[in-house]
Design a protein. Structure first.
Ligand SMILES: [Zn+2]
Length: 427
């Protein structure tokens, strides 16, 4: 199914040309040509390219703010980070982290406030099922409270910080929550990790997080009686493998916690099961129930999200087998991951993070080059391809996970590639 992605015709490596010191010398080449892309790839990174990426990131951010906040009359219809207005707030927070522009932080907090009131108002009309979905950073009200608390901290507003933190603490998991990242326990735990990273180690005590970790493992073992992996989880009737709803996402979060030796063995065993049962192409199946179609190379399902989890495993356990598997998955992403979509969840922007993650772990500059290649492909021709209809701008075109806000987020991350983290996945 070659029509899902562009054939990657970019060279395996392009050395930087240190003699290029003025951007103007590049600008004369028309964008969207083979020549213009190669020239972008040869720009000296820290002195020229990273400035150019930062400028584009800021321009994109302005557009996204106008589209999702200004032109909507500051009304919030979808508050979530994944497809809604909180994604704009998260992008502003990222912009603040890179540029230290306090206006971004101010606007970020203003948007969070609107998301907060929208999410609490809509709460009254929600069904039981919807309320269950509020516990995660990506899709729930937990994201509003957690980002609110963290942004308030950087603003130096302790009262506001405590307001949002108290609100987060009111959010409770129930027995019938799922275990996955999007709507379930793993997504709730990720939110706790985000809070502890920014507000201090014991903001959410390890005992309460540990109890949820044990619950996840207990649930995973229960289903493993069906055979195969030592841990299995079900969501909407499927035993998914990927980052969004499946094993990769849950294992990724578990590895951020102190595990007992038998738990470590089960996490490792689960990852090994996936590695041993991947497709001959090196890509990974969508779910245990659907292991025949080798077509999806997304963060949400397929090699990219699983590669990030394998990098994490290599980092945490130090086992060579996980690093090798991560590198193999990254080859799939390089060859089949230049998707005809722009976003983080199932687009080029998200797939670029596989190379950034491997670069952070190994320091191998070829991985930085590959991240740079995916990013420069977007910088050079993303808009043109979307205008022509050759690339899909997402069902929610200005959103963080499906639209161009994800591309802006990647551009900001490429300014400081060693600090890059896949949002809502790598802490
Ligand atoms: Zn997706």
């Amino acid at each position: 199914m070659a029509d899902r992605y562009f054939r990657n015709e970019m060279p395996d490596f392009v050395p930087e040309n240190q003699n290029i010191i003025e951007e103007e010398r590049i600008e004369i080449h028309r964008q969207g040509t083979e020549d213009s892309l190669l020239r972008l790839l040869s720009l000296p990174y820290p002195t020229v390219l990273s400035h150019r990426l930062q400028r584009s990131a800021i321009d994109l951010k302005e557009t996204i703010v106008v589209q999702t906040w200004g032109l909507t009359g500051q009304r919030v219809e979808d508050f979530t980070l994944y497809t809604g207005t909180l994604g704009t707030a998260f992008l502003l927070f990222k912009s603040f982290q890179v540029t230290h522009n306090k206006n971004d932080l101010n606007l970020c907090l203003e948007i969070i406030k609107a998301c907060d009131s929208s999410s609490s108002q809509s709460r009254e009309s929600l069904s039981e099922d919807d309320i269950h979905m509020e516990v995660t950073f990506m899709c729930g009200r937990a994201g509003v409270s957690a980002l609110g608390a963290v942004a308030a901290k950087y603003m130096g507003d302790d009262q506001l910080l405590n307001h949002y933190l108290d609100q987060f603490k009111e959010i409770k998991l129930s027995d019938d929550h799922s275990n996955e990242l999007f709507h379930g326990r793993a997504g709730y735990l990720w939110t706790c990790l985000f809070l502890n990273k920014h507000l201090g180690k014991d903001t959410i005590p390890s005992t309460s997080m540990g109890a949820i970790v044990r619950e996840i493992i207990k649930n995973g073992r229960k289903l493993s009686k069906s055979g195969g992996s030592p841990l299995w989880f079900e969501f909407a009737g499927h035993r998914y493998w990927g980052a969004a709803h499946g094993l990769a996402g849950i294992m990724h979060v578990l590895m951020d916690f102190e595990l007992k030796s038998d738990e470590i063995e089960d996490v490792k065993g689960t990852l090994r099961y996936m590695i041993e049962n991947r497709f001959p192409s090196g890509n990974y199946p969508y779910s245990e129930e659907d292991k025949s179609r080798d077509v999806i190379v997304h963060w949400c399902h397929g090699a990219p999200g699983i590669a990030l989890t394998l990098v994490k495993a290599a980092e945490v356990f130090g086992d060579k087998e996980f690093l090798e598997a991560a590198m193999n998955a990254a080859e799939v992403v390089w060859n089949r991951g230049l998707l005809k979509k722009v976003g983080l969840c199932h687009g080029i922007s998200g797939n670029a993070y596989v190379f950034l993650s491997l670069y952070r772990l190994t320091g191998v500059v070829e991985y930085l080059y590959r991240a740079k290649a995916f990013t420069c492909f977007l910088l050079d021709r993303g808009h043109m391809l979307m205008l022509r209809g050759d690339m899909h701008g997402g069902d929610n075109p200005f959103s963080l996970f499906e639209g161009i806000a994800g591309m802006a987020y990647l551009f900001f991350d490429m300014v400081q590639p060693k600090n890059a983290r896949f949002p809502c996945y790598e802490v």
